[in-house]
Design a protein around this ligand. Structure first.
Ligand SMILES: C[S@@+](CC[C@H](N)C(=O)[O-])C[C@H]1O[C@@H](n2cnc3c(N)ncnc32)[C@H](O)[C@@H]1O
Length: 280
């Protein structure tokens, strides 16, 4: 039997349905400032050629397109045909001829460099879902020019996710979510492995920055960690990983926390990594 192609493979663990699309959009807008700051420190500028690795529906892709301008190029690569279609539809609707989306499975396919190697690669919340990070880093290594930069946002300590002081149900949600990612072949706290692979592939680590954020119910940012608990808890129950009683306890705790304006929720800790590619 031939191996499944990227377009026929099942979508990633969080799905590609409308709710996940909306979640990724909201998530991107809440992270935009920090992401742009990282890109700036990495030296991504007008005229650059950038690859968005595991782009999802392309929220970061469109921001990168604006930064690099029409003299630059942005290539989005992604396993989900639905997300790639959305990238290409958006690019067309905005008249961005310098943006294109490509379906591929990073575990099996090389990143297409089209008309030359990239100046920069952007990769966020993708390493945690792939079975072999070494393969992903190798793909990026070969797609970048000598001196090109790779910028990653991946989790380094997911366990910070939850209320402070901690509550039993929400803490168990964090653990259950991590278990579900690893059951599907991923690893949540993957940033350390990314660092190791980058060094093994000859990258120079330019900057490492842990990012943990805190939110109160009235703040926009609250919707990111709270929204994921609200949408992912029913999925953990429906999949049979957790019981209905467990799901009720988690959501009851979340609702209760939301009624108290003084509640504090911490986000899972992301590690921003900026690294320079070296080619022999
Ligand atoms: C959490 S989403 C992040 C999307 C985007 N990077 C962002 O920050 O909005 C993870 C993405 O990685 C993609 N992905 C997972 N495994 C992949 C693989 N083997 N090859 C290509 N894309 C993959 C998923 O389809 C999904 O769009």
């Amino acid at each position: 039997m031939s191996r499944p192609t990227a377009s026929t493979k099942p979508d990633y663990v969080l799905g590609t349905h409308d709710a996940e699309h909306a979640r990724l959009g909201k998530q991107h807008s809440l992270w935009r400032e920090l992401v742009h700051d990282g890109w700036k420190r990495a030296g991504i500028v007008a005229g650059n050629r950038v690859v968005d690795v595991g782009s999802g529906p392309g929220f970061a892709t469109m921001d990168l397109a604006e930064i690099v301008g029409k003299n630059g190029r942005v290539v989005a690569v992604e396993i989900s045909s639905k997300f790639v279609q959305e990238v290409n539809d958006q690019a067309k609707a905005r008249g961005l001829n310098h943006v294109s989306g490509h379906i591929l499975d990073l575990m099996h396919d090389e990143i297409p460099t089209l008309d030359g190697p990239f100046d920069a690669a952007w990769c966020r919340w993708v390493c945690m879902f792939v079975p072999k990070v070494s393969t992903l880093v190798n793909r990026i290594h070969h797609s970048l020019r000598d001196g090109g930069v790779a910028v990653f946002h991946e989790y380094v300590q997911y366990e910070t996710y939850g209320l402070q002081p901690p509550s039993e149900g929400i803490t168990s949600f964090t653990q259950a979510a991590m278990r579900s990612f690893s059951d599907r072949g991923g690893e949540t706290n993957i940033a350390g492995r990314v660092l190791r692979e980058l060094r093994q592939h000859g990258f120079e680590i330019l900057s490492v920055k842990p990012i943990v954020r805190s939110a109160r119910p009235a703040e926009d940012l609250w919707q990111w960690p709270a929204g994921f608990i609200r949408t992912y808890t029913p999925r953990l129950v429906e999949s049979g990983q957790e019981s209905e009683a467990w799901g009720k306890k988690v959501l009851d705790e979340l609702n209760l926390a939301e009624q108290d304006p003084q509640s504090i929720m911490l986000t899972p800790t992301v590690l921003e990594i900026i690294a320079r590619n070296r080619r022999e």
